[in-house]
Structures are given as structure tokens and as C-alpha cells.
Design a protein around this ligand. Structure first.
Ligand SMILES: [Zn+2]
Length: 315
């Protein structure tokens, strides 16, 4: 069978509040997504099995891919560490569900899944080098070069959110200081909004509420998008110096604001891109096309390729 041929796999996006799953074939998502709430504490493996089992009946399912936030081991079976989740995943995540589903299970970093989904079935189709940035709870990253997901030596490539871009900056859940995601995330958006308002840092506001306020013309909310967008664009110029990508894909909940985020991103990116003195064509900066389905589609497609090509050639 040709690489990535006619088989299907199930992609599962294991999030902090909900678990979404769907069947993925060569042409992308087949049918609708199924969603269940993520149980608090133990029981996540039971919830994954419960959401996947009915989908197995669609037939020809060769593997299951799990998209999970955190640093995934190179063997793609479990997590080393998750800065934004409180230890509710089993140590051997793949093993915990594999025997019960009777299919090989592959664990992938959530931002890698989103990047791969956009590369094969979304806005990244045809691009040579794509940097994907997911702005949500944290700042996730993915890198696709010449049709392959770049994982790095230990499996931890493209963790751009933990590049220390601000000396002596804010502490991060990873143990570092001044990490990029402390300035580009839903929490950073709220913090910027409260600062522009002159409110205390303890005021209860959600990122979604800041987006709605900005869409309704609230000046503090619009300024907050300017602050976060500028931080995002400047960091993208740092990545540009290293990678010279053709395309940046911006996704995640904060990107639902569209031009409110992208306008300051493009402005800061082009102003900071090196070398400024040369006539250089800036990379395209586009919003993600697949929305919340990107993780499911990417996890499913990576799992079915893994099953067909084997781990040695798996993307
Ligand atoms: Zn960090």
C-alpha cells in the first residue's frame, strides 16, 4: 500500500475540559466529531475508551492517535511533563488504552497534531516550511518541513512557547523564566487587558470576554490584542531568522479574534524581521483553517501513517 494510503484512524484530542474524537481518512475528517467532558482526576483513560469504542464500528480503523498537551516521549507512548495540566494522565497513556481498544495507540503533542492537521488538510497545504503557533492556555508550536513533521532528537522540537525571550521575565510552569508563552496566551491577553484598564491583576475576566469586548470596540481590550500580537510578531521574527518559513499558521482560542490579533502580529513581525536592509519577501501569516478539529485530524492522520509506515518512517 502506498504511504498514507486508504486506511483510517481515529484521532482523539485530549483537552483539559473536553475530549473530542473523530475518524480520519486520506481526505481528512469523516463524519462529525464526538465530544465528552474530561473527567477531573483519574479516569481519563476510561473516558478515551468510551469515546473511541463507538467509532471503531465504522470499520477499517488501523490505529488511534491521542493529541495531548505536554512534552511527549520520543517513543510516542507517554508524556514526560505537562506544564499546564495537573498530573491527571496515566504514566503509560498508550498502554492504558491500547489493550482495551485492540489497536496500536500513538501519543502526540497537541500543537504538533494541530500543525500536521493544518499542513495536510488545512491552510498549510503546499507550503514548503510551515511554522504553526497555537495561542490558547499556553503557546504551542509545530514545524512541518518538506512534508514531514519535525520532531527533533528527543521528540521535543518546536516548543517555541518555552524559548526564553525576556531576560529576568515572568516565571513559567516549565521552570524557566521569561518564556514566550508567558507573553502570548489567553492568560497573557487577560493580564494585558487588566493592565490597560488599570484594574488589579486579580479581577476575574476570561480571554473570551476580552475578545468580545475588543470586537465591541473596547479600547483596553483592543490594546491588549496589540500587546499580545506585538509579542507574538517579535518572537516570530526570531523564528524567522532561524527557519525562514514560507508560512506561519496562527490558531487557538485567542486567534478567534482574527484581524484584531493578526494586524499587530504582521506589523511587529515585519518590523523585526532580519535582515531588515535586504529585499526579503516576508512569510505569509494566516489564521488556522480547521479550528478545534485540527488536533483530531492531525492525531488521526499521524496515527494512520504510523500504522502503515511503521515507527522508523512514521512522520
Ligand atoms: Zn516555559
Amino acid at each position: 500500500m502506498s504511504p498514507g494510503g486508504g486506511t483510517r484512524a481515529i484521532g482523539v484530542d485530549v483537552g483539559g475540559t473536553k475530549i473530542a474524537a473523530g475518524v480520519v481518512g486520506p481526505d481528512g475528517l469523516i463524519g462529525e466529531l464526538t465530544r465528552v467532558p474530561t473527567p477531573p482526576g483519574p479516569g481519563v483513560d476510561d473516558a478515551i475508551v468510551a469515546v473511541v469504542e463507538p467509532l471503531l464500528a465504522t470499520g477499517d480503523v488501523v490505529a488511534v492517535g491521542l493529541s495531548v498537551a505536554g512534552f511527549v516521549r520520543a517513543d510516542r507512548r507517554s508524556l514526560v511533563f505537562s506544564p499546564n495540566i495537573d498530573g491527571w494522565l496515566p504514566g503509560d497513556l498508550a498502554g492504558a488504552v491500547e489493550s482495551r481498544l485492540d489497536r496500536p495507540v500513538v501519543v502526540e503533542n497537541d500543537a504538533n497534531c494541530a500543525a500536521w492537521g493544518e499542513a495536510v488538510h488545512g491552510v498549510g497545504q503546499g507550503a514548503t516550511t510551515t511554522v504553526c503557533l497555537t495561542v490558547g492556555t499556553g503557546l504551542g508550536g509545530g514545524l512541518v518541513i518538506d512534508g514531514r513533521l519535525h520532531r527533533g532528537f528527543g521528540g521535543f522540537a518546536a516548543e517555541y512557547g518555552h524559548m526564553a525571550l525576556v531576560p529576568d521575565g515572568l516565571p513559567c510552569g516549565c521552570g524557566g523564566v521569561g518564556c514566550w508563552e508567558q507573553y502570548v496566551s489567553g492568560a497573557a491577553l487577560v493580564r494585558a487587558y487588566l493592565a490597560h484598564q488599570g484594574a488589579g491583576p486579580d479581577a476575574a475576566v476570561s480571554g473570551r470576554a476580552v475578545t468580545e469586548a475588543a470586537e465591541n470596540g473596547d479600547q483596553s481590550a483592543r490594546a491588549a490584542f496589540g500587546t499580545v500580537g506585538t509579542a507574538l510578531g517579535r518572537g516570530m521574527a526570531v523564528l524567522g531568522a532561524a527557519l525562514d518559513p514560507e508560512l506561519y499558521v496562527i490558531g487557538g482560542g485567542v486567534a478567534d479574534a482574527g484581524a484584531l490579533l493578526l494586524d499587530p502580529v504582521r506589523e511587529a513581525y515585519e518590523a523585526a524581521l532580519t535582515p531588515r536592509q535586504l529585499h526579503r519577501t516576508p512569510a505569509r501569516v494566516e489564521l488556522a483553517a480547521l479550528g478545534s478539529a485540527a488536533g483530531v485530524i492531525g492525531a488521526g492522520d499521524l496515527a494512520r501513517r504510523h500504522a502503515e509506515e511503521g515507527p522508523a518512517r512514521g512522520r
